[in-house]
Design a protein around this ligand. Sequence first.
Ligand code: SAM
Length: 271
Amino acid sequence: MSNDSNAVPGTEAAVFNQEGTVKTWDDDYYHPIAIKYYDAAIPQMLKEMGLSSGDRVLDAGCGPGVHSIRAAAYGCKVTAMDLSSTMLRHAASRAKAASLEDRIEFRQGDLTKPDLGEQFGAVFSWGVVIHVPDTEAALDGLASLVAPGGRLTLQVMNDRSFDYRFEKLLRKLLRRPFAELVETKLGSGNWYQLGDERLWVLRFNMGALDKAMKSRGFSLVSRRPAEFSEFQRRLPGALRRPVLHLNTLIYRLRILTGLSATQMIFYSRDA
Ligand SMILES: C[S@@+](CC[C@H](N)C(=O)[O-])C[C@H]1O[C@@H](n2cnc3c(N)ncnc32)[C@H](O)[C@@H]1O
């Protein structure tokens, strides 16, 4: 089903192996206020997926392992999978620093052709499919990793968000269009420069994503805001605080999901 490829061979994986990418994401996302939010949101996500202490879960695209560690702290036995050896190295060292390495098994693998040799009753994938240029192949791969009757939770970006509408308006007013905008049947994609490499970011059309998951045998259970705004990344020091507090509030109140920059989407695989 991978007929929607925007891949530029040789470039799409390299960005995930740059040390600078880990540093950028740490700086952008792990402000103390955001950490507090993730410390609450990840266990809540696992609870909503029906997971209890001792259950297994796959973190598909674990990156530097921050959410794998939270899942392990919740009590899950975690398989943490990622394409990038750099990310896995950071994940393993952070798991060790948290004394949770015994509950996390690290596996290198490509979501577009997963070869873990097993399926999982619960899979979450936070901020990953948005970065895979061949979106259809990534969704195929994710779907194949979920056991019949299992649960899958995605955190993805939203093409109808307040952030994206605002950015588009601003770019129009300033006559600074996106350099590499690619409209696909699943959403609106852009290539961004990150260090020496390019990073693909797809903002999903949520209706199209639900349809794509339905065609793969998944039903929508629920959705809620993840981060209302990501503008905090572009703000200096203290100005980030109000945006991060607003994000926490909107997440807690479960409001403005349709306008949120990112959504958490809970699916279940048909039995
Ligand atoms: C934005 S990071 C998110 C990491 C982590 N889930 C988090 O929230 O901190 C995206 C991750 O997806 C991984 N990734 C990208 N393409 C992948 C693929 N085809 N298969 C597996 N992992 C992939 C990258 O290496 C990177 O670690």
